[in-house]
Ligand binder design. Sequence first.
Ligand code: ADP
Ligand code: MG
Length: 454
Amino acid sequence: MRANWEAAIAAIRRQVTSDSFERFFGRLRYAEFEGGLLRLHIEDPFLRDWIDDNYRSLLEAQVSEVAGDAVRIEIRVAAPVAPEPTPAPAPPVVDATESSRFGGGTEATDFPELPLNPHYTFETFVVGPSNQFVHAACESVARNPARAYNPLFIYGGTGLGKTHLLFAIANALRAQNPAIRITYVSAEEFTNQLIAGIKNSGHGMEAFRERYRSRSDVLLMDDVHNLVGKERTQEEFFHTFNALHQSNKQIILTSDKFPQDIPKLEERLRSRFTWGLIADIMPPELETRVAILERKAERDGLTLPSDVAFLIASRVPSNVRELEGALTRVVATCSLGGRRLTRETAAEALKHVLSETDKGPSIETILRIVAEHFDVKIADLRGPRRHRTIAHPRSVAMYLCRKHSQASFPQIGESFGGKDHTTVIHACKKIEAAVASDPALRSLLQSIERKLPA
Ligand code: ADP
Ligand code: MG
């Protein structure tokens, strides 16, 4: 199988630009083959995720073709066995503790010093009207940590660049002051480490607290909406927050929900989240999306015709991660198939993406997203209860179904537990009227709409 892999990778090398080969495929190493599963290793966890999301099926196709049999591929993060030649000096990196993502230990006493992604900087972040406010806020915090805004709360839908901005701040701070102690952790990982600390009866909790409360000059906590309902974690984070804030350390948080909209969050945390500045990221406009694609193509050494860039940008309206994925897909499909990158080949590579988009989200998807957002049960949205805590989310869901799915009033009524179409019409009218005069409702709708599949 090693020979098949080498043949497949050699074929890929001939088909893609040498730059993208060096960047992606060339970093993969053969590890083992067993029972139809080819295991590959790669050093960089970001590249692993990236290749896994975007290229794995194409790699599988290529290897299967060479092998004449179906081969599945699994890519793991692993350091090379023999030392490799030292790479060119990398941009400044900072320590992180997101150990699970990096395959590190989860012991509370074991906080590996890990690099953050050096590609996530202010320079690589494309600024447009949708994100210029948050971008300016982040730059300002990076220039004046703990003086500009503390905490800085970044809020926006998935794939809009929240983590990118966190790392950009971290990289900028580290460039100014290499000794600064920056702790990056996702809310989920914080919870895992806390649990490990509690289980480790020795110095587990002490080490955990020391790490977060005394050994951090800057704390970056990603995805705080994941603190939902985790009482003990919230309690611990509350004390961490206070300790850092009191000693004038910068705290930066990201969330896909506005503090008021995070359900089951202790009031005292909620209020602290709003002490500093809340900056939200909106989905980028078409021109910004095109600019993001062009920037990425440039970085990868690709020539991207502008009609292709516009085509991709117009198909993926509200998630930059998916936008980048679509570009990768188009480029990989064309280069592996030996075809030129044109509007037609791009449209073909995105065929399935397009058809889903054109139909709009299904009623089920909208119900799920609305139920999650309000923290109510889907069954209640479909059921008869008229209490305001249910009736309001239900009206919102009906309104969004009418606006975003292609379902008719009677079809919507049917999906909401067999309600009459006049009930649906009434709910939609009510929300429409309220939207006109209620900015809080408008912002609520926008934050839900951002989560709807593009
Ligand atoms: P989030 O944390 O909000 O889910 P990420 O920060 O992980 O999103 O961003 C997803 C991808 O999109 C990353 O590769 C990031 O670099 C890219 N991205 C998002 N916004 C921009 C932007 N304005 N300019 C350049 N790249 C961006
Ligand atoms: Mg993120």
